[in-house]
Design a protein around this ligand. Structure first.
Ligand SMILES: [Zn+2]
Length: 349
């Protein structure tokens, strides 16, 4: 019977799967793969599934998910499947897989992978594999390697240890040295189609159609939106816009005031909401993103003057620029709401 490769844990990504399946079937592994594509579409999961398939001992379906090789890899305890992660926060390695995906829950995508960590892996690779047919080093994420770390890694790639493959996962490959990229076998990942996306959110309280539109089809991003309480957030913001209630706004900003990455996400989300309000005001509410909140959005559109909407878009542009500088976060948040209160005296038409 012919052996079958089962990458069904990753949704969609048919082209990537074909490339990786043939590597497994022919047992031909390049020293370096570069998995590139948007965040949250299955690149890291695929890296783990690939390492499983390459080491699985089943004769009919790989990865089988039942043999000891598969088990050790999916529990992140295989001695020959290494992960290169930022060194802060501490102990990330022990928390792999705990966030529902591969990356630990407190994984910060902006943290650097230091040269110390690259050296540790290099020491590991100087010794023979413990039990794997093929050894892996999975780098999360490639763009987080400092230039110094990349140069150190390049030395290893110039004389790659036998039976070892690096998998560099990246949503920003431009930050990876061309000398590294040119050595890599690049495998491209894409945003998921709606049908594949929906599978992840069947039991979600937020409509998958709305999540899909808000996240562009990135499962990782959609999960973040859910954790963030996107539903109550949309209700709160629309309530402020409809009532033009300054106390509500102050309370809301007090709660939201957390950290910069969240604020920048909020600014993006607020932009989507105002695009919807504008569409509703133009009588095109069938095109809005937050389709499940059409009623409230129409109410907000009726409550806000054209000039206010125009000024909010202007304020959003300034806010995006301010986020890149060190402007006070609360000030930025107030600035995008400010136009709502400025034209109180104007009669809404
Ligand atoms: Zn197996």
């Amino acid at each position: 019977m012919e052996m079958e490769i089962d990458f069904s844990k990753v949704k969609g990504q048919e082209t990537a799967k074909k490339i990786l399946e043939s590597a497994i079937l022919f047992e031909r592994y390049p020293p370096l793969y570069l998995f590139v594509g948007p965040r949250g579409v299955g690149k890291a999961t695929m890296a783990v599934e690939f390492a499983k398939a390459a080491n699985c001992v089943s004769n009919d379906v790989r990865p089988c998910g039942r043999c000891s090789q598969c088990h050790k890899i999916e529990r992140f305890v295989h001695p020959d499947v290494h992960f290169l992660l930022p060194d802060k926060p501490e102990g990330l390695r022990q928390k792999l897989g705990q966030g529902g995906g591969v990356r630990p829950p407190d994984f910060d995508p902006s943290r650097e992978i230091s040269i110390r960590q690259v050296r540790e892996i290099q020491y590991e690779l100087s010794r023979p594999p413990v039990e794997a047919r093929h050894r892996f080093v999975i780098i999360l994420n490639g763009e987080n390697l400092t230039i110094e770390s990349q140069n150190a890694l390049l030395k290893t790639l110039e004389e790659p240890p036998s039976n070892t493959t690096f998998i560099m996962v990246s949503d920003n490959p431009d930050l990876i040295l061309p000398t590294i990229r040119s050595r890599a076998r690049t495998v491209k990942f894409h945003y998921l189609g709606f049908n594949d996306f929906v599978d992840f959110f069947k039991s979600s309280t937020v409509s998958p159609a709305v999540l899909y539109r808000l996240s562009n089809g990135s499962v990782g991003e959609a999960k973040e939106l859910i954790n963030w309480g996107i539903i109550s957030l949309r209700n709160q913001v629309l309530e402020i816009l409809i009532k033009k209630d300054l106390d509500l706004l102050t309370a809301f900003i007090g709660e939201l005031y957390v950290e910069k990455p969240l604020v920048s996400k909020f600014i993006a989300f607020y932009g989507v909401l105002f695009r919807d309000i504008l569409l509703a005001k133009l009588g095109m509410s069938n095109l809005i993103t937050n389709i499940d909140m059409k009623g409230r959005i129409t109410e907000a559109a009726n409550a806000l003057h054209w000039k206010v909407i125009e000024d909010v878009f202007e304020a959003l542009k300034k806010a995006e620029r301010a986020l890149k500088r060190n402007v006070n976060i609360q000030f930025i948040l107030y600035s995008v709401f400010k136009p709502i209160f400025r034209y109180e005296e104007i009669v809404v038409v």
